[in-house]
Design a protein around this ligand. Structure first.
Ligand code: PGA
Length: 260
């Protein structure tokens, strides 16, 4: 079962997850972090930046991003190459040579999925994968119906995801129609999945992912197939979960040595 941790605020969730990552990086400076874009992981990155300010060195950490838009120039401010550089690589002081984002260039897109899988395999995979969840239940850009065994490949964004992401663009029409995303099978190969969700808009997706049936119709439900999952939610995102009393009981009584 996924461990569900209900936190007071996104900031508290960020501090909790960043504290765990910092412990891992202290133990293994060459830790490999799977990074996510979107608004949800920003409190984690902010808290990691404070760890850096307090002296933690991230320069040997490797990062792999989940996804990228297809056809958006890398230097476009909303390409995930740009977002990861702005929100992760620069503030944390990662070595840009160790930061990997899928190649969304249309000219080379046909082989981009297999090249990304090869890079992940050659590196030895991801130690901890940060995940957000879409209001439609997607993880990465694996929209409802995505194969639970999928690898990195090109996908078509749903109208709902394009509408959700329109806030990052000047007009809704500028949101790309296609993306390249790690598959659900890829995500499940990471050592530890940390799924974060904040706000009432995520409550249905969280309930489906954590307590619903495992189904491609709710890609986030893939977390139930993984042996080490931490779900960090605020009260609003937890609102439709049925076993919150149990989650609080378990977390309150968790032996400290277990960490996340
Ligand atoms: P958000 O996106 O963090 O911006 O809400 C999450 C997602 O689409 O996976």
């Amino acid at each position: 079962m996924a461990e569900v941790v209900i936190v007071e605020s996104p900031e508290a969730g960020g501090v909790l997850v960043a504290g765990h990552i910092a412990t891992q990086v202290r133990a293994d400076p060459e830790f490999t972090l799977g990074v996510a874009t979107g608004s949800t992981p920003l409190p984690v990155y902010a808290a990691l930046e404070r760890e850096r300010a307090a002296g933690l060195d991230f320069s040997a950490v490797t990062a792999f991003a989940l996804d990228e838009y297809v056809g958006l120039p890398r230097d476009h401010p909303e390409s995930y190459h740009s977002v990861i550089r702005r929100e992760v690589t620069e503030p944390l002081g990662l070595d840009p040579a160790r930061v990997h984002v899928p190649d969304g260039d249309e000219a080379t897109i046909a082989t981009a999925g297999e090249r990304y899988e090869a890079a992940l395999a050659a590196h030895g995979g991801v130690d901890l994968q940060l995940l957000g969840i879409g209001t439609d239940g997607h993880v990465g850009f694996n929209e409802p119906g995505s194969s639970l065994a999928s690898s990195t490949r090109v996908k078509t964004l749903t109208a709902r995801t394009r509408a959700d992401n329109a806030r990052f663009f000047e007009t809704a029409g500028q949101v790309p129609t296609h993306c390249i995303t790690q598959g659900i099978g890829t995500i499940l190969r990471a050592g530890h999945l940390v799924l974060l969700a904040f706000g009432a808009g995520k409550a249905t997706a969280v309930a489906g992912a954590v307590e619903g049936p495992v189904t491609a119709s709710v890609p986030g439900s893939c977390i139930q197939l993984h042996e080490h999952v931490t779900v960090v939610v605020d009260e609003l995102a937890a609102a439709r979960l049925e076993r919150t009393d149990s989650y609080r009981w378990v977390y309150t009584h968790k032996p400290i040595w277990q960490g996340l």
